[in-house]
Design a protein around this ligand. Structure first.
Ligand code: HPA
Length: 253
């Protein structure tokens, strides 16, 4: 069985034993790194490409998820940087995302564009229940659960009025990259979960906006904790595919 960790903003260091892979997909070439630990293969995929080159609205989401599926990945842990719309969620906090509100505008969104008939994908449980449970078992009070993620198009940040609106409709955190990634994982029947690292208070909640350096530094402080958490789950967790809906979410009409 193969596993993947998708990293966003910030750098994920992998130790020494790893190989670099370049895979051609119908959506372009995707580069990732594979590490072996106790006989298990762990893929590290930098969402924005090598060196954080690609802005959120131009990330090759289709290519990234296709490459993971093609490589044989079944379980995906992803990390995202988010701003908080709530005064009780602060920079440095970790959040477990369970649902999303999609405000993206121009991204390719699906593998099912009609070539093989009409296929819908259920969003009753966008994030894998089994993987989320494994995270909760190990993090106790260190993570805030039941978080609703708002995905904006970016690359601009939001206005204060937009943040006030997102808060009123139930959004807890805001980012630019989790949609369509979470949807594409489900379309390809892979178990997928997301932990957010809160890097700033959203626009209008504090007088000073966070700088790019502050955002990167907060993510970097959390990345070792998260990588260790994910590796612990994939080495020691009770990873089953029959307790979630990730492999039975496609609806053909
Ligand atoms: N808004 C959108 N995306 C983000 C933010 C934010 O405040 N912080 C980190 N990613």
């Amino acid at each position: 069985m193969k596993y993947a960790i998708i990293g966003g903003t910030g750098v994920y260091s992998l130790g020494e034993n790893f190989k670099e892979i370049s895979m051609d997909t119908p959506f372009g070439r995707i580069d990732f790194t594979v590490m072996e630990k106790k006989g298990k293969e762990i893929v590290f995929l930098p969402r924005h490409g090598k060196g954080h080159g690609c802005p959120p609205h131009l990330v090759n989401y289709l290519g990234n998820m296709w490459a993971l599926k093609e490589y044989g990945v079944e379980f995906i842990f992803s990390t995202v940087a988010v701003g908080s719309t709530r005064i009780d969620i602060s920079p440095g906090d970790l959040v477990l995302i369970r649902d999303f509100l999609d405000f993206t505008k121009s991204r390719p969104m699906t593998f099912y564009d009609g070539a093989n008939g009409v296929i819908h994908v259920s969003m009753g449980e966008p994030y894998c229940r089994m993987l989320c449970n494994e995270i909760i078992k190990r993090t106790n009070d260190n993570i805030k659960d039941n978080i609703v993620y708002v995905c904006t198009e970016g690359p601009r940040f939001e206005t204060a009025a937009e943040i006030s609106f997102y808060r009123q409709i139930g959004g807890d955190v805001v980012g630019m990259t989790n949609v369509p990634e979470v949807v594409l994982a489900k379309e390809l029947s892979m178990c997928y979960c997301t932990v957010g690292v809160v890097t700033n208070m959203c626009t209008g909640l504090v007088s000073e906006e966070a700088s790019g350096l502050e955002i990167i530094s907060i993510v970097n402080k959390r990345k070792d904790y998260l990588t260790n958490l994910f590796v612990d789950i994939l080495l020691n967790g009770d990873l089953r595919t029959d307790v979630c809906s990730c492999r039975s979410s496609l609806i053909k009409v």
